[in-house]
Write a protein of this length. Sequence first.
Length: 220
Amino acid sequence: MDVVVLVSGRGSNLEALLAAQRDGTLPIRITAVLSDRPAAPALAIARSAGVPTHTLVPAHFDNRVEFDRALFADIASLAPQLVVLAGYMRIIDSSVLTPWVGRMINIHPSLLPQHAGMHTHRRALEAGDPEHGASVHFVTAELDSGPLIAQVAIDVLVDDDVASLAARLLPHEHDLLVASINLIASGRLRYTVDGPQLDALALLAPLRLIADRSLRFQST
Ligand code: GRF
């Protein structure tokens, strides 16, 4: 399965995908990495893995929609089966996004629908959440609200701060993203207008990643 990855920052999720691709545990080919930020460390990670990169700078466009049109024209020319937002920090215009619904996923560092948007770790701590986590979902026009595919949860510890919580969650995010893409690449998980299906049956609740890195059903 040909995959295009969109990044804005550090690139640890991209690195996890490249590692899984390399060691044969993820049957995908990352054909390009696209970014809105020329200085994103993720671009160096892509280049050192020999993956073509392309940066489009938002300030070079008249407005947000023009930028998104140019970006998605690039993506369309690459004809990927899947687009992965891996730390891509821009909201995509719905007119541009709509044709890609069902072929684009995002990883978000919270147990959606809790804490859509930014500063998720801080908000989980402030809310006194006993658990925190990450979600992989199909991207729709509503920010961080598309159909959920899978989640991973960790306990919040009494002495956690934003940095410790984020650091403990990150490796689980990587496993979650790899496991979720594996399901899509194998053809087992599909998007339909009625919601995601796993093995042709409606997925009524997001799958849960467990300690051995496999995905499990959870009760609805
Ligand atoms: C991750 O926490 C991801 O869930 C969120 O942005 C962060 C990106 O990290 N969407 P990285 O750039 O993949 O290291």
